[in-house]
Write a protein that binds this ligand. Structure first.
Ligand SMILES: [Zn+2]
Length: 453
């Protein structure tokens, strides 16, 4: 995925993989990981507090024995779901290309006359089939999160979220796929370049629009409504960071109907830019820790992580599209006859291009995740520096915040480094807590990276 919503935890990503699969692989050549999510729901987390250490020696993230056993078991399942989820989309696309696409195309041509209507019908069917095929994995993932108490969302509500997600995909992604299909027909040789040019404004549009779609899945209210004390505290962080985030841009998401996990995130650009704190977080962990989370989110703003991701993704997509055009041409030459696909510019041929781009997305996951982890680490440093001088002990607060995060999501304290490298879009909670525990640039009269003092 080239785009991650810049949040505080990685686990919400795992839980919404079902709908993300659909958006991630199908929409826009797989370039846009629009994570409008069916999130999860609530148990007041019994927050883990770090015992006050005497000498600045902090104890990083750990779990009591019975939770540790659960976290390790859940971690294994998450890894499998992550990998299977990535590969499953490719398998489904391959099966569709090899066995169904040409027939689907012929059927739409018999059914409606106008060419653009045929295209809409074809791609709408494709999206429906693709998401139905992803449903079993989503069901399994939801079953597991219910079993482990991470989710408290009933099956009816969960299915409704899936249906909404599918409806949105059909409405939003179908015309986009049609547009790209048209581009391939219009410029059969240099279509990848034209597609790249068309992708850039769409990337910006999706980032702009995604906060407007989030209320389809979750209720939001101004953070000041029930947490005015917290907002007052957060404004001290705002003043120190100079971010100029007014209270109107701070929202509370009613996540507790669906999950027990803690989270906060930034989304949107320009007029839709906002910071969202889940109601499982605000009021459930001490305000000092929410201020740290808020500082982390502010870091994404201040350090321009969203524009940087857009630029880097654009550069990467230029080469990805170019390489995928070559690979897709090879696939058609090699399998086209067998699959009944004569050229890439046909609708069935377009699925071959989608497959190529999805495969590239899978292979580039470690790269985009490494980049994402870098940004997340920067935001962690920024967050800790942002609360320095506001809370009594920034290190202690940060470590306690990570402890609460890890315990609420049952994050494995010792993930395999390979899995962390490939699948984690945030550093593991252990890594983050360990860093926070030793980060104290002010100890000998020094200063942090991002603040003068
Ligand atoms: Zn973040």
């Amino acid at each position: 995925m080239l785009f991650a919503r810049r949040g505080w935890s990685r686990t919400d990503y795992w839980l919404i993989r079902g709908s993300a699969l659909l958006f991630g692989s199908a929409l826009l050549f797989g370039a846009l990981g629009l994570r409008v999510g069916a999130a999860q729901a609530a148990r007041p987390p019994d927050v883990a507090h770090v015992d006050s250490p005497e000498s600045g020696q902090q104890q990083a993230y750990s779990l009591p024995p019975e939770k540790l056993a659960k976290a390790i078991a859940l971690g294994r399942i998450r890894n499998v779901v992550d990998i299977v989820g990535s590969l499953w989309g490719l398998v489904v696309l391959w099966l569709l290309m090899a066995h169904a696409a040409a027939r689907m195309d012929a059927w739409t041509e018999r059914t409606v006359r106008r060419r653009w209507l045929q295209g809409l019908l074809f791609f709408a069917i494709f999206i429906v089939v693709f998401s139905v095929a992803s449903l079993p994995l989503g069901v399994f993932a939801h079953h597991v999160s219910l079993a482990y108490g991470i989710s408290v969302q009933g099956w009816g509500s969960w299915l409704l979220d899936q249906a909404k997600s599918l409806g949105l995909s059909v409405v939003l992604a179908t015309p986009v796929l049609l547009l790209f299909n048209w581009i391939v027909r219009r410029w059969p040789r240099r279509y990848w370049l034209a597609a790249w040019v068309a992708t850039l404004p769409l990337l910006v549009l999706v980032l702009f629009v995604s906060p407007l779609l989030e209320p389809v899945f979750n209720d939001f209210e101004p953070l000041s409504k029930e947490h005015s004390n917290l907002v007052t505290e957060l404004e001290r962080v705002v003043a120190r960071t100079g971010t100029n985030i007014p209270p109107e841009r701070m929202f509370l998401m009613k996540a507790s109907r669906k999950t027990t996990g803690l989270n906060a995130y930034v989304s949107g650009i320009g007029a839709t830019k906002r910071i969202v704190v889940w109601d499982t977080t605000a009021g459930r962990i001490p305000n000092d820790e929410v201020m740290f989370v808020f500082g982390h989110e502010s870091g994404h703003y201040v350090l321009n992580h969203i524009p940087k991701m857009i630029v880097l993704a654009s550069v990467a997509l230029f080469f990805v599209y170019w390489a995928c055009a070559g690979f897709a041409a090879w696939l058609v030459a090699r399998f086209g006859l067998r699959w009944g696909v004569k050229e890439l510019s046909s609708r069935a041929g377009f699925l071959i291009l989608l497959f190529a781009v999805s495969l590239a997305g899978f292979l580039m996951e470690p790269l985009s995740n490494t980049l994402s982890r870098h940004f997340e680490h920067e935001a962690d440093v920024y967050g800790q520096e942002a609360i320095h001088g506001i809370v009594p002990d920034a290190r202690k607060t940060a470590v306690a915040g990570f402890d609460a995060l890890g315990e609420a999501w049952l994050e494995d304290p010792n993930p395999s480094p390979l899995i962390e490298f490939w699948e984690y879009d945030h550093p593991s909670v252990k890594t983050r807590a360990n860093f926070a525990a030793q980060y104290d640039p002010w100890a000998k009269g020094g200063r942090g990276e991002f603040f003068a003092k």
